[in-house]
Ligand binder design. Structure first.
Ligand SMILES: [Zn+2]
Length: 91
């Protein structure tokens, strides 16, 4: 039987809130089983894109989100605060 719903063969469906914001890439990322990360940018989300791709393998995931209620990328300062918290935990 042929698969229904077009050519796209999603590895998984992941809610955007499970993605992590990467301020260096300006993109949302989610761990890929190959060891790299699925990536989707804020611009793509605002454009209605829902496919996050992994640059290192052929897997793709469908990003579940509410287009009318897109999360804002965290401010850089917040990220820095998180980073310093991490270091506190390490120490
Ligand atoms: Zn991958």
């Amino acid at each position: 039987m042929a698969e229904e719903g077009g050519d796209l063969n999603f590895h998984d469906e992941v809610e955007l809130e499970d993605f992590e914001w990467d301020p260096e890439e300006s993109a949302w990322t989610y761990p890929c089983p190959c060891g790299d990360r699925f990536v989707i940018t804020q611009d793509e989300l605002e454009f209605g894109e829902e496919v996050a791709t992994c640059p290192s393998c052929s897997l793709i995931v469908r990003v579940i989100y509410d287009a009318d209620n897109l999360p804002e990328p965290p401010e850089e300062e917040e990220v820095k605060i998180k980073e310093s918290r991490k270091e506190v935990v390490k120490a």
